[in-house]
Every structure is written in C-alpha cells, then in structure tokens.
Ligand binder design. Structure first.
Ligand code: GLY
Length: 352
C-alpha cells in the first residue's frame, strides 16, 4: 500500500511502515525512545510492536490508564514526570501506541515537553487510524468538555498496521465506523453506500480512503479556519451526548462513535429543516445508523444538561452554536446557526 503524504510527514502502511520507522530513528539520532501505552495496548499490542524495532537505543515504556476519563491534564503531568525521571531530553522520541486517547494525549505531551519533542503515532483502533492519529490535532479534555486544551502539532510519521485491529472489540470497531460514515456522507458517498449495503470491502481499503479524504481536507485547512470544520459533522450534538454520559456516573458511557452516530442522525434532521437535505436521505441515514448501532433512548429529562454542554462546544463563537449541515450527500454548509428548539426537535426525531 502506498504511503500518504501529509503536511510535514508521511502516513505509512503495514510492514513497510516499520522499515520507515527504523530509518527515522536511525536518521534522527534520538537519545531515548519512550513508548506510551495503556494497560490494554501494553498487553495486546506492545509484544507485536517491539520485535519490529531495529535499534540499540534505550526504550522506556510509560503506561497510563485507558479511557476517555483519563484524557486530562493530570495524566499529562504523570507522563511529563515519568519522561523527566527517566532522563528524557530534547532528542527523545515519544511513540504513541494506542487509541485516540493515547495519540491525542501523547502528541500533546510530546509537543509541550521542553517546548516540543518528536512523536510518532501508531494507532491501534479503527477510530484512531481513520481520524485521531492523522491531521495534527493533539490535546486533552477539560473536565468532561472534550478536547478543550491542546494544539495543532504534527507527528514525524504515522504508522498504520491493521493487524492491531485484531486486538479490539466489535464495539470499538463500530466506534471507528462512525467516522467512516461521516467521510461517506460529507465527502465520498461510496463509503457510506458500502457500509449501508453491508458490501464486503476490505477494511484496509476503507481505512486508506478515509485517511486520504481526511488528509485532503487537512492539507487545505490545517487549523480549521474553514473547510476542516466539515470533519465536525455529527460532532456538535455528538460530543455533547458523549460528554453528558461521561459525567453521569449512573449511566453507561457511549463510545465516541456511538455518540457521533446519534449526532449525525440529529444533524441530518436539522439539515432537512434548514437546508435542502431530503427526508428520504434522512431516513437512509437513520436506518443505516440504527442498523449498526441499535437504538438508544435519550431521556427528555437529560436534554437540558445535553443542551448546556452543547453551549460549551469549542466551535462556538460569541455563544452561538455552529453546525456543519448537509445540502445533500457530499455537499455541506459550514457555520450554520441553529435554534435551541430545533436542536431539541432533532433529539426527539432520533428518539422517535
Ligand atoms: N476529528 C476532526 C479533525 O481532526 O478535524
């Protein structure tokens, strides 16, 4: 599989990627290699990864606790301290081996340690392969508010090895699938149709095409001034739902993808009310998403808290919630203003 050229780095695939990583390590003459893992990737991915490293550099493993709830500044402090205690310096390399929490948090830790050290992303979940590890967004949550603290900072390379997907659950695979559906609805309908029609398409092809799309968008608008906002389709409502369940200790959390899938149904509904998105297409979106993720009921008594979180979305300007909506498949409109009443109506539509 050929590599994808991103802004300042390459996304490499499968076995070839390890050769590229070893070349990078040799060329850059790193002092120490730090590998950031969580307990799951340490158990299931580390032993697969490590034999591929061909280096005599010192390797140090830093483990954090898995889960979105740990994607915060306290965890970063722990990692900064660990790197310091283990003798990290400006020539250290941080390799992130894990899902979106590891790649987002690890990229942030590396970009801020001693004003920035190099990092390489090795995503091990579908979600982090098709989204988090590519595009230069790094950061952590502030309380339950997602990705409020962070910076744009590019890795030295991204290594995609789909063998790691054998270590993740079906639920995690579906979580990543939501981002592929997003690329399909907003950019390349073929992706959506493949998922809708349960066509057998090699997962490697879906991943490659998703990264290609994301990269094409990010190259045009790396810091999300304009076009990159399209990648937030489904995320305005979705992030609020995800955050709400994260802070509700008595309720089971949604995965990122499950929340974003609900967000895409709601935002498709709003698109029918404010733009030209047809009811027939809305039903296609809802049926496809319900078939994959099942049906959850959002309790009306939870709406006010979800609406409150929505008002903290980092895309808001002057307190105004901004949406990406669809005129049609593959045809979006940015910065759409939506009333609270219509957002609530969209939650009702999802529930109906
Ligand atoms: N996950 C959306 C973006 O990278 O812009």
């Amino acid at each position: 599989m050929k590599s994808i050229q991103a802004a300042t780095y390459l996304v490499h695939f499968q076995e070839q990627a390890y050769l590229e990583l070893n070349t990078l390590i040799a060329q850059k003459k790193y002092s120490t290699l730090f590998i950031l893992v969580d307990e799951n990737t340490f158990e299931h991915c580390y032993s697969k990864f490590i034999p591929n490293l061909d280096t005599d550099k010192t390797i140090e493993v830093i483990e954090i606790e898995s889960g979105e709830i740990n994607k915060n500044i306290e965890t970063c402090v722990g990692v900064w301290n660990a790197i310091t205690e283990l003798g990290g310096d400006r020539k250290s390399l941080l390799i992130t081996l894990g899902g979106g929490v590891i790649t987002d948090l690890g990229g942030f830790v590396a970009s801020t340690f001693k004003r920035g050290i190099d990092f390489v992303n090795i995503p091990t979940t579908l979600l982090s392969m098709v989204d988090a590890s590519v595009g230069g967004k790094t950061g952590v949550d502030l309380g339950v508010l997602k990705n409020q603290i962070g910076l744009f900072s590019n890795p030295e390379m991204v290594l995609i090895d789909t063998e790691y997907l054998t270590t993740v659950t079906d639920r995690e695979m579906k979580s990543g699938m939501a981002e592929i559906i997003k690329y399909g609805l907003t950019y390349d309908l073929k992706l959506f149709n493949h998922i809708k029609e349960h066509k057998k398409r090699n997962i490697n092809d879906l991943i490659f095409r998703s990264i290609e799309i994301k990269n094409e968008i990010v190259l045009q608008d790396p810091t999300e001034k304009n076009l990159r906002k399209v990648l937030n389709f489904g995320h305005t409502v979705g992030h609020a739902i995800e955050s709400f369940y994260l802070e509700s200790e008595d309720k089971e959390n949604f995965t990122h993808g499950e929340a974003i899938a609900i967000g895409m149904v709601c935002e498709s509904y709003i698109s029918t009310k404010l733009l030209g998105f047809s009811n027939q297409k809305l039903n296609e979106v809802k049926e496809t998403i319900t078939a994959i993720y099942g049906k959850t009921t959002l309790l009306t008594e939870d709406y006010p808290a979800i609406m409150d979180l929505l008002k903290h979305d980092k895309k808001n300007v002057n307190g105004q919630v901004n949406f990406v909506l669809l005129n049609d498949f593959e045809n979006h409109e940015l910065d759409c203003k939506v009333s609270e009443e219509l957002i609530v109506e969209s939650l009702d539509f999802y529930n109906a």
